[in-house]
Ligand binder design. Structure first.
Ligand code: GDP
Ligand code: GDP
Length: 437
């Protein structure tokens, strides 16, 4: 079960700076559709051995507060509903604004843990000024400088103290039925696919406020295929504005992902793979989940002989560097190739579960090493002596070598490609480590 932390706060306080620091990778998703909103960002953070999801509620380009007050208040409400904990960020250089006050009022009454982060505390003068924020009425303030990283450790210590220890249940289950999550943006056809597979309309009654973060697990056992389908609880679309809908669906998708072995990532054929789809794809990859890309509404495309092939090529450019992923073209409406979706999902699950014997692995991989050696570094030959698969949920391989630190990315990529060439890891992220021998 995943744990999700939302960062909320006025524009310009430094939310995305903190976000980037937490996920430790530059991930500037540029929204090219409009100049007004910035895409919400989400990723995965790790601190003190615990992992959690982080959502930067993003929002609105720097402009006068009052225009966007209503919007921001709405985002705070969603964050309270959907996240497990909230980092409420304010800016010491600006001091307390009316909007900070308004947000604090909403957050103080929430039952979720709220961490007040006073940002831009770059020096000791500002550390003194930060005490004014005690007047917002939270027990504790966390002063930090997102730019330099000072103080973020204390904040994270406090945040992860609330996260329960992971239970290692994986290996104890005798028979593990594949768990497939149907994820994707609003309107790509997730419920249509599910209903078509189940052969019935499932009426989903849900309430936007309150206990809606659940995912729904359906045991599917038809046509000789057995799996658990995980989908995200329906959101009452009528009363939910487009932007909010997107926010809800992102958090739901992350929750579903955390519970699944394999993600069936639906995209809308007519829209192609946009920045949000790419973000879901890379998040699933980082989480080590199996992935099948499912292009839905294929019935709406004008097709000639090369359409699917060209389309696939474009998708792979977006997915790079992880392109060893099955891509399916379906129509939930016309019910074409739907069972193929399950077949492929189950196949990816099996690829992910496989354990390759050390002897077979060495047979194949030492030949590959022989065919193309790791580059010599500082006049020293880098030798790979043997390789073994580690007993991990995400397929991982340890290569034992005399100089682990001297093996660089290109050679690592070569080894990954060789593993993929000789064994079937289609749809499965794999990890490679070098260890001293
Ligand atoms: P957001 O709108 O809340 O996501 O804010 P951004 O992360 O985009 O940051 C807004 C501005 O504040 C940028 O110019 C950042 O470089 C700056 N900023 C962020 N964190 C700090 C900090 O700790 N100290 C200082 N001095 N500036 C910061
Ligand atoms: P969700 O929000 O991802 O669950 O999407 P829905 O299943 O509610 O579908 C959104 C809209 O797309 C509905 O109007 C569906 O009828 C339509 N739709 C779903 N799948 C297909 C498809 O394969 N082809 C076409 N033409 N429309 C589809």
């Amino acid at each position: 079960m995943g744990y999700t932390v939302a960062i909320v706060g006025r524009p310009n306080v430094g939310k995305s700076t903190l976000f980037n620091r937490l996920i430790e990778q530059r991930k500037a998703i540029v929204d090219d559709e409009s100049g007004v909103t910035r895409d919400r960002q989400y990723g995965m953070a790790e601190w003190a051995g615990k992992t959690f999801n982080v959502v930067d509620t993003g929002g609105f380009v720097h402009n006068s507060d009052d225009i966007f007050e209503k919007e921001i208040r709405k985002q705070v409400k969603i964050a309270i509903d959907e996240a497990d904990a909230i980092i409420f960020m304010v800016d010491v250089a600006v001091g307390i604004t009316d909007l900070d006050d308004a947000m604090a009022n909403l957050l103080r009454v929430s039952k979720k843990p709220v961490f007040l982060a006073v940002n831009k505390v770059d020096n000791s003068q500002r550390a003194l000024e930060a005490t004014e924020f005690y007047s917002l009425g939270f027990d504790e303030i966390y002063t930090l400088s997102s730019i330099s990283g000072t103080g973020t450790g204390e904040l994270l210590d406090a945040v992860v103290a609330n996260i329960p220890d992971e239970l290692e249940t994986e290996s104890k289950e005798t028979k593990h039925i594949p768990k497939l999550a149907i994820i994707g943006q609003p309107n790509v056809g997730k419920s249509s696919l599910l209903n078509a597979l189940l052969g019935q309309e499932r009426t989903i009654v849900s309430n936007v406020a309150g206990t809606t973060r659940d995912t729904i697990h359906t045991h599917y056992n038809l046509f000789n295929k057995e799996c658990i389908l995980i989908d995200t609880a329906g959101i009452r679309k009528k009363n939910t504005e487009k932007d909010d809908l997107e926010f809800y669906s992102v958090i739901r998708a992350i929750n579903a992902m955390d519970e699944a072995d394999v993600c069936l990532l639906l995209i809308d054929a007519q829209n192609g793979m946009n920045a949000q789809d790419v973000a879901l794809f890379s998040l699933a990859t980082r989480k080590g989940k199996g992935i099948v890309v499912v292009v839905n509404k294929w019935d709406l495309m004008e097709k000639n002989t090369n359409t699917a092939r060209d389309y696939e090529k474009k998708l792979k450019e977006k997915m790079a560097p992880f392109t060893d992923v099955p891509i399916l073209f379906i129509s939930a409406l016309e019910k074409t190739r739907l069972l193929k979706v399950l077949d492929t999902g189950i196949e990816v699950f099996e690829n992910k579960q496989q354990k390759i014997s050390t002897s077979k692995l060495n047979d194949v991989m030492l030949k590959a090493v022989e065919a193309y050696h790791a580059p010599v570094v500082r006049g020293r030959a880098v030798k790979i002596k043997y390789v073994t698969q580690l007993p991990t949920v995400v397929p991982s391989f340890a290569f034992f070598t005399n100089f682990p630190d001297d093996i660089k990315m290109p050679y690592k990529n070569y080894l990954e490609n060789q593993l993929r060439k000789h064994f079937n890891f289609r749809g499965v992220p794999i990890r490679i480590f070098f260890r001293k021998k």
